[in-house]
Design a protein around this ligand. Sequence first.
Ligand code: NAP
Length: 272
Amino acid sequence: MSQVWLIGHPVAHSLSPAMHNAAFDKLGLPHRYTVRDVTDAQLGATLERLRRADVLGANVTIPHKEAALRLVDEASDEARRIGAVNTIVRRGERLIGDNTDRIGFHRGLESAGILEISNVDVLVLGAGGAARACVLELLRGNDVLVAGRTIERAERLVASMPSEKTGTARAVTWDQARQMTWVDALVNATPLGMHGEDALQGFAIEPLPGMIADLVPIAEETPLVRRAREAQHVRVMDGLLMLLHQAARSFELWTGVPAPLEVMRAALPRRV
Ligand code: NAP
């Protein structure tokens, strides 16, 4: 049996073990996906233990994705562009870092029926690793505003975007974002909504934009997703859809075989 670890803090309520273990079982693969709640101080030693022969690799989640990029032996171009590692594959004794969040976002949008986002003004809330993956994807023809609670982080994100992209990106303060009354599309790449709060509380945007992607992946719909679905004019990508598609890509990196997507989808706590 080989193991795959989810390394993060906190990780107890993650929906990933159910998806990956269902996929391993379906394909008759003798692997197990388990969680490891790891503090900053324990991260280096935990990654060293991934070099063991009975480990396929790992997922890395909040708050260790950026640190993991510095600790792996090699990183894919994608991980370096995003500045974070969410998937580690063990090759011999070497740890290869990758990132499947942008692909997860892209395929999540596609499967939510949001095939074409181009030539629109998008507001991205948040400036962490997930926001960076989304902005990279959105900079194919869109104008993107990145709202950072810590404006310096948003400015760093924007400054690090590759110059060959066809859209534009600009950092705005959280207060500026709250005062905006109109955007075409909105991406919530903060944890707001995780505990039942509405990510747009205190924002002036009205009506809701025609496309909303809420990355928060929880068992219940977030208040923002619920409100967007009720509004009917809004095309919505639920965080669970991105979770599903980034997981499927990670699965393929560890195993080398196509992920049984419908099995993984059925292991989620609600239909997406
Ligand atoms: P991160 O690196 O910690 O970044 C979080 C961002 O949100 C930062 O810009 C942070 O601002 C901001 N933020 C945090 N709390 C806030 C608040 N109360 N008000 C305003 N801004 C706040 O995290 P991440 O990895 O980018 O993840 C962000 C979210 O995306 C999480 O909810 C995560 O679960 C979700 N996610 C989902 C998927 C999926 O597959 N569905 C994949 C990846 C991530 P500061 O810089 O000021 O702290």
